[in-house]
Design a protein around this ligand. Structure first.
Ligand code: AMP
Length: 544
């Protein structure tokens, strides 16, 4: 017997309608790409999103068509997302930090029909446009006065594109499982693969994200997503914030410590989210200037492991609660969040910190398990580590155009490619990417754990550990360090700092100091590049 409840399709444009009706005056503030800080609100965003939908429909865009965006976090970008999705077309976020060849590959693979882009990327768009045969319309996210003078076919300023479109345009109705957003993974091996979110998965994911023990979003919050919309849906914030009526502050192109701090202060932001490298810059800026962030309550850190020292500085020095989160593009992206369960909250702060350094526990809607190489499930004892597999309504069941099938098994589990432990309380700890783990004498060494401890040394800004071939042990860890500006440390000092903090046999065989550690387009340490550069480093522990 079926239930007698309504089939109310979970379509994302319902979110912006809800925000317009019940939180219409709530602001969406943007540091615009043109320069000034501009202000709009959910009522306006919803009206203009309908105009985008109408303008696209007039252009012939229809159900299932891919419309690419190459843009910073701005109100216009949000309007474009909702407008595109509201006619059943698919917003496809392109990551401008990728190489032009990769962007061309991805846009062609997706067969994008329209490209919305910020003026920042005008030259890039001009360069790649001749290689993008499927794109028939280029919409520059600006007004006529700022339209760049570039050679691109069918170029129009966004404000002109929507000028006479209907703000009362009726959204389309379609199945909630319809594709809504497309984002390619930043995979370091092989070609990037497309993850196609549905309306249903985006809405369920926003519900999941907003929960009190996840991001805990409220109408009273003012949220600044530093994490870009082109990095896995801005971690749900473009949906979850309007869902509850939280004010949004969009940082545009300026993501340095100084600019982010200015906006956080001026707009009295209460919650923000970004990868650790962004927070590293912000904390250095706060340290240098002596500024504080009195309104800030929570900072979400994810994308890479948040080091203990970073969590401690935010919490102890600035009184800001850290929520350490883990996820991936294939998971929409949230998988776990490090909020405190009652037994953990009851612990002394030093012990709580141990839990905050873990990647968190899964909210309802994310199933996870760890398995060994024979696919046998491993115990949830906080010690055994194995490949992390996940399932849920906001987890991919395949990649766009049927690629990468090996990551999905017959029972619907997705292999994350991460190696992790699960503890009896449900907290998960990532020990490594499967391909980065160091195998020494048949045992695994967690590079992430050594890195996290190394950055606790007062002179260390960033640290990376890679495996280097060793005749006796197969591989041994090499620690690569960037010193904080104006600071220095010796190899012996760093190793001395690690002594007693990590197992003896995890101790790096050598320490190298570099000016910079390379990062991927989504802010992760590029271990492959480091292995290419330092993989042949001669360890002092190898006899000549
Ligand atoms: P992406 O799809 O670009 O978001 O990358 C997802 C990958 O980033 C995950 O599979 C992890 O390897 C890594 N990652 C994300 N969050 C964390 C975290 N909090 N700690 C460690 N690694 C993380």
């Amino acid at each position: 017997m079926l239930g007698l409840m309504q089939d109310w399709p979970l379509l994302v444009h319902k979110i912006i309608d809800h925000a317009a009706l019940y939180h219409g005056e709530r602001e969406v503030v943007t540091r615009s790409v043109e320069g000034p800080v501009v202000r709009t609100n959910y009522a306006q965003v919803a009206r203009r999103a309908r105009k985008v939908a109408h303008a696209l429909e007039r252009h012939g865009i229809t159900l299932g068509d891919r419309c690419a965006t190459l843009g910073w976090n701005t109100a216009r970008h949000i309007e474009a997302w909702y407008g595109i999705a509201g006619i059943g077309a698919i917003y496809h976020t392109l990551n401008p930090r990728l190489f032009p060849d990769q962007i061309v590959y991805i846009a062609n693979h997706a067969e994008d029909k329209v490209l919305f882009f910020d003026i920042t990327f005008a030259k890039l768009v001009e360069e790649i446009a001749p290689r993008l045969p499927s794109i028939g319309l280029y919409v520059c996210l600006t007004d006529a006065a700022h339209l760049p003078d570039i050679e691109v076919p069918n170029l129009v300023a966004y404000e002109d594109f929507i000028a006479d479109a209907d703000p009362g345009f009726e959204w389309k109705e379609f199945d909630e499982r319809t594709g809504c957003g497309l984002c390619y993974t930043s995979g370091t091996t092989g070609n990037p693969k497309g993850v196609l979110y549905s309306h249903r998965s985006n809405i369920l994911h926003a519900f999941i994200a907003g929960q009190a023990d996840a991001m805990g979003l409220r109408a009273c919050d003012t949220i600044l997503p530093v994490v870009p919309m082109f990095h896995a849906n801005a971690w749900a914030l473009a949906f979850a914030a309007p869902m509850v009526g939280a004010k949004l502050v969009m940082p545009g192109p300026k993501l340095d410590g100084d600019s982010v701090c200015d906006l956080l202060t001026a707009e009295r932001v209460t919650m923000t989210a970004a990868v650790p490298t962004v927070w590293l810059a912000l904390l250095q800026y706060l340290e240098k200037t002596g500024k504080t962030l009195p309104d800030m309550k929570r900072v979400l850190i994810g994308g890479s492991a948040a080091p203990r020292s970073m969590i401690e500085t935010f919490e102890r020095k600035y009184g800001i609660t850290v929520v350490h989160a883990w996820g991936m593009t294939e998971m929409s992206p949230l998988g776990t969040l490090g909020t405190m369960k009652p037994n953990v909250e009851a612990l002394p702060y030093e012990r709580q910190l141990d839990y905050k350094c873990k990647q968190g526990h899964p909210p309802f809607g994310v199933e996870m398990k760890i398995v060994d190489d024979e696919e046998k499930e491993l115990p949830r004892d906080g010690k055994a580590f194995g490949r992390l597999k996940v399932r849920g309504p906001a987890v991919a069941k395949g990649y766009f155009r049927g690629e990468g099938t090996g990551a999905f098994d017959a029972e619907g589990w997705f292999d994350t490619g991460d190696v992790a432990t699960l503890d009896p309380d449900g907290y998960m700890t990532i020990t490594d990417r499967a391909k980065d783990v160091i195998k020494s004498g048949g045992e695994w060494i967690s590079t992430i754990e050594i890195e996290n401890i190394a950055v606790g040394h007062p002179a260390v800004a960033e640290a990376a550990v890679i495996g280097v071939a060793h005749p006796k042990w197969d591989e041994r860890p090499l620690l690569i360090v960037v010193a904080k500006p104006g600071q220095a440390a010796t190899r012996e000092e760093i190793l001395g700092y690690l002594t007693g903090r990590i197992a003896k046999w995890w101790m790096p065989d050598d320490v190298l100091f570099v000016d910079e550690i390379p990062h991927t387009a989504t802010g992760k340490i590029q271990k492959m590049t480091l292995r290419e550069r330092f993989g042949k480093h001669k360890l002092p522990t190898v006899a000549a």
